[in-house]
Design a binder for this molecule. Structure first.
Ligand code: NAD
Length: 498
């Protein structure tokens, strides 16, 4: 059995823990490896190595840091296929989707290559007689990233390129369900010439995370995962005096107005709901129809959903792969069942899907549920599976109120041909990322990514300019080079400009 270990001080290591967890191939249902779960002393080792590395790396020039980022970018580009294959084998998503994930992560690396431009400070000449004022930003120290299973390369790459470019040492605690991509990325950093200890990987579970959150030498924590854990991480790490951004789960709604192009909306809804088996934090899981668009739209969505080819991610003809674990499959199947029991109508039912040759894989077929109401479990819970629920409304007002009443606020979209409706929608809706005829509005790397309400705890969004701000703190310097004249003398009154 292959063992997936940590990456500490520039080397692969199994650490000194005896605890392990199985890593499955979701397409076959078989255990393909085991990942070690760090002991408290492994956590101490990784943080100590990162703290040592920080001392030197934070002094490296902007040009040295930028060169390391450029080199890493070239290597990830060259090995994108290998990274994607590792992701497909452990996560289950189809290869083209895994390749897309690597590409979106690379865009953050490319953004971070411009760190000399991003870290420019401010300078004000002569704010008072003979006094100048300037500001600049310095790195924090050892920063930690705790990431979810659904994007094992992209979500870590939302964090570490910027953290490292800013001069920090970064410790990644990836998901224990698909940990291999993290180790390949560590090898590529080493090949790119990054000093040992600046990027480390510690494998583990809740105990490992808690040890990192309580460690006095960890300065900041970036977390991406489900809402209950995000809330918990934010509370514990802030109580320990750390800077925290904790991105949580989602329930993304898409409004379809009667003036929308029905075929266009249906195709995009189907791709956004069932792509990656619905295991995207920006997946559309609730379609909110307004007025008479419901019947023609749902008819077309059902037709398209039935045509989706479900199969193993490595098969180039597959359009949708399995879900992550058997437990996840059981949970999704249970929620679909509960919707019927609570009065909804299952139009396309993926519960009994079996993939020939992969009967033990964790497959759930695309599922479309109509006449869902907001009190049903299938609406209230984040399903994180290939399930699209439809809520029928009579007006735009009702549709917007429904979105605003939902505790999550990650992404949302509107399908319409009315500029007026679209403008009203993006101004009134209380959600962080909004698409206008774009169902998955994930911002480019040079903007920041983040939801509102229960989808983000903390005040900084991830990557882009807010990422640079999160991984640095500001200094403001007020400077005078005295000319020893009487009027520049010290005074006991509060300093004011002259
Ligand atoms: P998860 O919350 O179960 O796990 C995320 C990370 O937290 C993992 O590294 C895991 O080891 C760790 N963890 C799990 N339980 C813990 C505990 N009790 N204490 C401390 N750490 C713990 O999430 P997941 O199932 O891996 O990922 C899916 C979730 O992530 C979904 O809810 C999805 O919406 C969310 N997500 C959100 C975004 C976003 O940008 N907002 C992006 C991707 C995924």
């Amino acid at each position: 059995m292959r063992t997936i270990g940590h990456w500490i001080d520039g080397a692969a290591t199994a650490g000194n823990s005896t605890r392990t967890q199985a890593v499955y191939n979701p397409a076959t249902g078989e255990v393909q490896a085991e990942v070690v779960l760090a002991s408290p002393s492994d956590v101490d080792d990784v943080v100590a190595s990162a703290a040592r590395a920080f001392t030197e790396w934070s002094e490296a020039s902007l040009s040295v840091r930028s060169k390391a980022l450029f080199a890493f970018r070239e290597l990830v580009n060259r090995r994108a296929g290998d990274l994607a294959t590792l992701i497909t084998d452990e996560h289950g998503k189809i290869l083209s989707d895994a390749t897309g994930e690597v590409q979106r992560g690379l865009e953050v690396v490319e953004f971070a290559c411009g760190i000399p431009q991003l870290l420019k400070g401010e300078y004000s000449d002569q704010v008072s007689g003979g006094v100048d004022l300037f500001s600049y930003r310095q790195p924090l120290g050892v920063v930690v990233g705790i990431t979810p299973f659904n994007f094992p390369a992209m979500v870590p790459m939302w964090m570490f390129p910027i953290a490292i470019a800013c001069g920090n040492a970064f410790v990644l605690k990836p998901s224990e369900r698909d940990p291999s991509a993290s180790i390949l990325m560590a090898e590529l950093w080493q090949e790119a010439g990054l000093p040992d200890g600046v990027f480390s990987v510690i494998q583990g579970d809740a105990d490992t995370v808690n040890a990192l959150l309580d460690h006095p030498d960890v300065q900041a924590v970036s977390f991406v995962g489900s809402t209950p854990i995000a809330r918990q991480i934010h509370a514990r790490a802030t109580a320990n005096g750390k800077r925290v951004q904790a991105l949580g789960g989602a329930k993304n709604h898409s409004i379809i107005l009667p003036d929308a192009d029905v075929d266009f909306a249906a195709k995009h809804l189907v791709a956004a709901a069932f792509g990656s088996a619905g295991e995207r934090c920006m997946a559309i899981s609730a379609a909110v129809t307004v007025g008479g668009v419901a019947d023609p739209l749902l008819e077309r969505v059902a037709e398209l959903a039935r045509e989706i080819k479900v199969g193993p991610g490595r098969d180039a003809t597959s359009e949708m792969g399995p879900v992550i674990t058997a437990a996840s499959k059981d949970r999704i199947v249970g929620l679909i069942g509960s919707s019927a029991a609570q009065g909804a109508v299952i139009t396309v039912d993926g519960r009994d899907l079996s993939v020939t040759g992969h009967e033990r894989g964790f497959f759930v077929g695309p599922t479309l549920i109509d006449r869902v109401s907001t009190d049903m479990d299938v609406y209230r819970e984040e399903i994180f599976g290939p399930v699209l629920s439809t809520v029928r409304t009579d007006s735009v007002d009702e549709a917007i109120s429904l979105i605003n009443a939902n505790p999550y606020g990650n992404g949302t979209a509107i399908f319409t041909s009315s500029g007026e409706a679209a403008r009203r929608f993006h101004r009134e809706v209380r959600v962080g990322m909004i698409g206008i005829n774009v169902p998955i509005p994930v911002p480019m790397a040079y903007y920041s990514f983040g939801g509102w309400k229960d989808s983000l705890f903390g005040d900084r969004h991830i990557h882009g300019p807010e990422g640079v701000s999160f991984y640095t703190r500001a200094k403001v310097v007020t400077a005078r080079w005295p000319e020893h004249r009487e009027e520049h003398g010290a005074s006991f009154s509060f300093p004011t400009a002259r």
